[in-house]
Design a protein around this ligand. Structure first.
Ligand code: HEC
Ligand code: HEC
Length: 220
């Protein structure tokens, strides 16, 4: 078995490396500072916000658990072509997203993504949530029983539905780590001590949170 395995694995790794610029997390950490990213994002946990004023003073989302929240291919692509995630400007409830996030070249994006993917939270248990697309119970919970859709855009038969006050969940299947979605619903205080989203811990059972997380994790 051994020789067969390695003869397969080596070309696969070689292909993966050839497909993207070779990443260097050390270089990524330095670039993160050089490019001014740290002016709007902090990368050291735990979450720092203690008051609403602390939250309102932030000019970009915290990234200290980026490696638990995002998926690497999405991150590398987004840093080069940052499309709006929140329909509204960060921390605003009425101004539109200015759509002016700085964009990086391929090498810088690969290096910074590598650095960011190394920033994780040990609260996020891995391998718990499997994305599940067709789940009628979860769909009811998300779109009818609970107000998720009132604040979040989500994909519905060939169109986008939902409210604008939260980050869009369209494309969550490529962007978010399914296990992080569940961890966030279960323990929002770890990630967002100052909450702009209702807490569902005493509203939904853990089983229902897992169902919703799996459902959101399948959004195209
Ligand atoms: C002037 C402030 C500012 C600077 C500088 C900035 N960002 Fe951002 N960043 C934001 C805002 C605001 C958002 C939210 C964008 C949205 O929702 O569309 C964001 C979103 C992100 C996200 C997605 C986070 C999430 O939770 O959705 C990543 C990753 C990111 N930025 C990385 C970077 C990197 C890397 C740099 C440096 C090249 C950088 N940012 C520079 C303000 C900034
Ligand atoms: C009252 C509005 C509101 C409701 C209702 C709501 N959310 Fe949110 N949600 C938000 C806001 C605002 C954020 C951004 C969190 C922050 O920055 O504090 C968010 C963040 C999220 C995120 C992380 C997205 C990202 O890219 O950072 C997920 C996933 C999510 N919500 C899922 C849900 C689910 C599932 C429900 C229903 C059980 C729900 N939300 C109900 C407003 C809401």
């Amino acid at each position: 078995m051994k020789p067969l395995m390695s003869s397969l694995v080596v070309p696969v790794i070689a292909l993966a490396l050839a497909a993207q610029a070779q990443a260097d997390p050390g270089a990524g950490a330095a670039l993160f500072n050089d490019q001014g990213c740290m002016e709007c994002h902090y990368t050291e946990g735990p979450s720092k916000e203690k008051t609403i004023d602390d939250q309102l003073a932030k000019t970009g989302p915290e990234l200290w658990y980026a490696g638990s929240k995002f998926q690497m291919p999405w991150l590398v692509a987004w840093l080069q072509d940052p499309q709006p995630i929140r329909p509204l400007k960060y921390n605003s409830i009425n101004e539109p997203n200015p759509e002016n996030h700085p964009a990086l070249g391929p090498q810088e994006a690969a290096d910074i993504a590598d650095f960011l993917m190394g920033l994780t939270s040990d609260v996020v248990e891995t391998g718990v949530i499997e994305p599940k697309k067709k789940d009628r119970k979860a769909r009811l919970l998300f779109a009818k029983d609970q107000p998720c859709g009132a604040c979040h855009q989500y994909p519905a038969k060939r169109k986008v539905k939902g409210g604008l006050s939260g980050p869009s969940l369209v494309g969550a299947s490529a962007r978010l780590n399914p296990d992080w979605i569940y961890a966030y619903l279960l323990r929002p205080e770890v990630f967002k001590p100052i909450k702009m989203m209702p807490v569902f811990r005493n509203v939904l059972s853990e089983e229902q949170m897992r169902q919703i997380a799996a459902y959101v994790a399948a959004f195209k």
